[in-house]
Design a binder for this molecule. Structure first.
Ligand code: NAP
Length: 414
């Protein structure tokens, strides 16, 4: 039977065939190294589960520009639109080109409003903190609004002059003549759908709390409103199963606790008291800082995964969160952990939890055994430094080995 795409069911549930078509973007720079290593691991884990993925390459970035003259061909967008769920390696941001960032463009064009960034530590990964095992958080970062909306004008431009005049005449606000000006939209719609997704995720996985991270003490009508709308949503839609801190004095009983913390405080507390944080829902820029700061606590960007999701349309693009690391491109050196774990997120999103778990277990076992790429090897004396492809091979091998006892059992029974 031919492979078929993921579809959206009538009740907003994903329908995932056992033989599924998934589009992928290999990625620029080190994409040529990490993608083949990751695909080998994915194929091993998927085959072990009795399912199959037909990978369809779609073009974006330098490869697309070379072959089609476009950084982000319409055909690529069409594939992601129609096949719903895909995965990508890192993409170069074209300097001076028409598109500010291909990643931001993909998120905006498909309205992928959640940037999902789970952050946890894997045994054996070198970390700069004493207790990385206490970090187990899942960040829901709003992906379409805030200063990322791209609404800004350059200092000295005609647009800046016109905007300054409007601000002065209409609002009485004085902005310096030589200022660039950016606009930060934060809407009730955007905030509530993000917090809704975080709450649903937390409830479905039995997590303890959702923390709204904001800078509402200073930016009252944007960041402050995000906090207010978040709490409003809890009372309007989740009263049976979740409760705001102020409504329970921090004693939620059986319910999910929803609390909030100001962004600067959050950045120190995730370091000093990581066990107080579980699921985090936050605005775009805060989420950007928080994701990388947290990733550093558990081993850095070589291993941090990410997903961009629209839970209503079903669209999801899962991605390595690091860049193209051009100086290592084609050298078979870098860590494929980020794209591997993004695949794990993707398989969880598809409901293939057994596949996801098999990859996580094998990855952890490989690192625990001291088989690591250069980035971890330099921080872990005595480890065995391997190439990207060797690392992929080692993880795939451990998936197969983990299944071996079962196979032996089957053989013995037959
Ligand atoms: P980068 O590519 O992430 O590289 C910065 C450093 O991070 C590397 O020099 C390396 O550190 C480490 N690193 C990156 N990937 C790694 C991996 N797989 N394994 C181990 N270490 C890894 O950041 P950049 O140099 O600022 O950006 C280069 C290009 O990537 C730019 O065009 C940028 O726009 C683009 N970018 C794309 C994405 C994306 O597609 N999601 C994200 C960020 C940046 P050491 O040198 O210390 O070993």
């Amino acid at each position: 039977m031919a492979a078929s795409p993921v579809r959206m069911g009538p009740n907003h549930e994903l329908i995932v065939p056992d033989d599924v078509v998934i589009p992928y973007i290999e990625g620029d720079g080190t994409g040529v190294d990490i993608w083949p290593a990751a695909q080998r691991v994915f194929d091993t884990a998927v085959a072990a589960s009795g399912r199959h993925v037909e990978w369809v390459e779609v073009l974006a970035g330098e490869k697309a520009f070379r072959e089609t003259g476009s950084w982000l061909p319409e055909e690529t967008l069409e594939q992601f639109r129609s096949l719903l769920v895909g995965i990508k390696g890192p993409l170069t941001t074209p300097v001076g080109g028409g598109i500010r960032s291909l990643n931001v463009a993909l998120r905006q064009l498909l309205d992928l409003y959640v940037c999902l960034r789970p952050v946890r530590w894997f045994r054996g990964v070198p970390s700069p903190v004493c207790h990385p095992e206490r970090v187990d958080m899942v960040i829901f970062r709003e992906n379409t609004e805030d200063v990322y909306a791209g609404l800004e004008v350059e200092a000295g431009s005609e647009e800046a002059r016109a905007l300054r005049e409007l601000l002065r005449d209409r609002f009485g606000w004085d902005v310096r003549d030589d200022a660039g000006i950016g606009i930060k939209p934060i809407s009730e719609t955007g905030s509530k759908r993000l917090v809704r997704a975080a709450l649903r995720y937390a409830l479905a996985r039995g997590r303890r709390s959702v923390t709204l991270v904001h800078k509402g003490n200073i930016q009252k009508y944007t960041e402050g409103a995000f906090r207010r709308w978040g709490y409003e949503l809890v009372r309007e839609e989740f009263a049976e199963v979740a409760v705001a801190w102020d409504d329970c004095g921090g004693e939620p009983g059986e319910k999910l606790l929803v609390k909030d913390v100001i962004a600067d405080n959050a950045l120190q507390q995730v370091l000093t008291r990581p066990e107080d944080f579980d699921v985090i829902a936050t605005t775009n820029l805060n989420g950007d800082y928080l994701s990388d700061a947290l990733a550093a606590q558990v081993g850095g960007i070589g291993i941090a995964p990410g997903g961009n999701i629209n839970y209503e349309s079903g669209h999801g693009i899962f991605e390595a969160t690091h860049g193209t690391a051009p100086k290592y491109a084609g050298k078979d050196m870098v860590n494929p952990g980020s794209v591997l774990l993004s695949g794990v997120l993707m398989f969880e999103y598809l409901g293939w939890n057994d596949v996801a778990q098999a990859i996580v277990d094998a990855l952890e076992r490989t690192i625990e055994e001291g088989i690591v790429t250069y980035d971890f090897a330099r921080l872990r004396p005595g480890s065995t430094k391997v190439s990207t492809s060797e690392f992929g091979h080692a993880v795939a091998e451990r998936i197969t080995l983990a299944l071996a006892p079962e196979r032996h059992g089957e053989e013995a029974r037959s």
